[in-house]
Design a protein around this ligand. Sequence first.
Ligand code: GLA
Length: 678
Amino acid sequence: MRHLSSHPISTSRRRVIGVLAAGLLCTAGVAVPAAAQSPVPPPAAGAQAANGLALTPPMGFNNWNSTHCRADFNESMVKGIADIFVEKGLKDAGYEYVNLDDCWAKPERDADGKLQPDPVRFPDGIKAVADYVHAKGLKLGIYTSAGTRTCDSVGLPGALGHEFSDAQQFADWGVDYLKYDNCNNQGVDAKERYTTMRDALAATGRPIVYSICEWGENKPWEWAAGLGNLWRTTGDINDSWGSMLSIMKQNLPLAPAAGPGHWNDPDMLEVGNGGMTDTEYRTHFSMWSVMAAPLLIGADLRRATPETFDILSNEEVIAVDQDPLGKQGVVLSSDGGRWVVAKEMGDGSRAVALFNETGEAQRISTTAGAAGLPKASAYTVRDLWEHITRNTAGGLSATVPAHGTVLLRVAADSDATTHPPAVELAVAGSPLVEAGRTAPLTTSVTDLGRTSAVRVSAALTGPSGWRVKAGSATTATVLPTGRALTTRWQVTPPAGTAAGTYDLTLTAQYRSPAGERVRSSVLFRAHVVVAPPAGGGQLSDLPQLSASNGYGPVEKDTSNGESAAGDGKPLTIGGQVYAKGLGVHADSTVEYYAGGACSTVTAQVGVDDEKGDKGSVAFEIWADGTKAASTGVLTNAMAAQPLSADVSGARVVRLVVTDGGDGVDSDHADWADLRITC
Ligand code: GLA
């Protein structure tokens, strides 16, 4: 990470995590929205920014996530993006702002104190780019810092002390949006710095969306509603599952602060940048929309895949984000990484996200009533990724693939039963199987609808060569409300199948009472596992069941280098170098198959020396669902600590590293000399 020294994020983040934990209350089994208890106060009436802009969350593009300050950030990129917005229908879908981030400027102001564009990147100047973008019916955004220099290591001129002249220069160029960063702020009070620029922008008389970017350090959700149109709530996102997840969790509890003209900003989109799967990017896009977050595309669209365009241009999901009521979704429940988040919509419907944080398919359930809808005999349920409408008697439930999100729009509706009934597909049993052996699996297809599902059939398919045999009925003539077709299966991967994860698909076909055909399927993972060798060994030599990591991949026998695989250094804690182990970055979870045959896991754990005096983490070892050992918070100043866990009988051993309560910056954690005894 680049900006560690200029991003002291700790205190505000610690508080936000506390709010999240405290915000999920249950009364007599009924989940109570976090918003009902949240200490984040809604902004005072009339707090909408005085400029009257951004009545729905801003949509557009910003180059930072794809280019940082590389040379490919230049005029031709910006124009290319504007062209694509028009050609590919993104402009029609609502994307409007084409925003320049850091590094557009020359290191020095001119003799009159004016900012100068970098002549290599922007040879025709910023006004020419603005004219080009405006001619396409789009708008231009720019970036500077509320400090003496911007955040880039070169440090380009910032606006502190130049607010009025810089704002006027932006207005003269035709700029429509300003992202105002926080680096090199000389310790001047944030509210004061951000107020001065607000006044400077207002003084130009030009409508300019004002994006406050102080990383949530001064809790802008408490004071910035009358100042800016949006404010960053966290440190920088990066293109990894761990980063996206951690930012989402910090932003969710801030729901009461968001509204038309004043939005929580969990940072720009990474969709399409390559570090996550398309399932994970759909989750990213779904959750940003349910959080009414700005949708600023961060991928270089000139090189984007068709799947990336499909995600970014899903107009039913965009409509959730852009709903005029402007409510941010609230968390109804999140136990076991099974999240239900509901967003009230202007037409009285609710967008409901069923989000699976875990590495396995999970059943996630709620009801129309819990999501805030009035009592009704039936509801329509629109699946915003499958683009299918069904009816439900009130239950909302799905088996959601690992890291996936099912995004629904639900409405009380007297005509609901004109749509086919919704069914829920579920898989019970743990699909961990050794090659050439047979594992049992049970599936069910349940009618959630007010009407019956008729001529129902279930099919289970695996990768080619796998044997999948039904041991009970796979069809039902009719399933009334609440009834299920349950099928037992035997699944056998061929002998010699390599250890790893494999996709199985459960598909149900059925008809509505009126004869309409419906097909519904869910993907889940089976793990082909290898029993650990007799006696055990170093875990870094054994195959992982799953791994997730804050930055870059989990490294074997080196520290975590934060980006590409293999970029770490020797594992080193308190000056001692270790040949074997895992190098991870908080938040991290790594799982191994122990097959019930092992007794202990031992390691020397600590923060790797490579981050100087920075970083603090805590380690946990889990045996199936039980925490078997843990450390307190360990810092870089400490020597390696021995950690030992009794994992007798566990099928799965899970190694967890958390951030020690102060955010993940510099949290390079080493599991040194990590052994399992079997
Ligand atoms: C900070 C911001 C980022 C980006 C960079 C540019 O880190 O939070 O979004 O603008 O600066 O240097």
